[in-house]
Write a protein that binds this ligand. Structure first.
Ligand SMILES: [Zn+2]
Length: 162
């Protein structure tokens, strides 16, 4: 099975984050706009055809379908409900240390030097390297570990998968 990839419209930033947390390669149009894109609707319609367009915009959804694009309309405003809607596509929501939830970059293990640098910058006094396995986004220079935040995500996603 080919892994599904997504692009989320402007209204679906939180949904994009949860897809990334679950390991799905997901672009958020809000991150792309400004760099090279002015008309975001056209950009989403005309580019990135290997990605399923997730949108809350009925008009955009209709246009996408008309042009033979893979698109999925999200009706709910509530993020938990949105996740349930996306599950209909076969998406499995479970946190995996795979990609950065902020920027979609694949995570890797940090060097000790990188880990120390982040802990110092973020004012983390506890030595994370001793207690946790760490992952690192080299674009955001951000560390990930399975701490309290992780457990909250697991709990939230477990409810969705029930
Ligand atoms: Zn990142």
């Amino acid at each position: 099975m080919v892994e599904m990839k997504f692009i989320c419209d402007r209204m679906l930033g939180k949904l994009a984050t949860w897809l990334r947390i679950s390991g799905y390669d997901t672009l958020y149009i809000g991150d792309v706009v400004g760099e090279k894109v002015q008309d975001e609707d056209n950009y989403m319609l005309e580019n990135l055809h290997d990605r399923i367009l997730l949108t809350k915009d009925r008009e955009l959804y209709r246009k996408a379908k008309k042009s033979g694009r893979k698109a999925f309309y999200i009706s709910s405003n509530d993020v938990a409900e949105q996740l349930k809607e996306v599950k209909k596509l076969g998406v499995v929501f479970q946190p995996v240390m795979d990609r950065c939830s902020v920027c979609n970059t694949p995570l890797r293990k940090p060097s000790n030097e990188e880990a120390v640098k982040v802990m110092k910058r973020e004012g983390i006094s506890e030595d994370l390297t001793e207690r946790y396995e760490l992952w690192y986004c080299e674009k955001c220079r951000k560390l990930y570990w399975m701490g309290g935040h992780w457990r909250n995500m697991v709990r939230f996603l477990r409810k969705i998968e029930e």
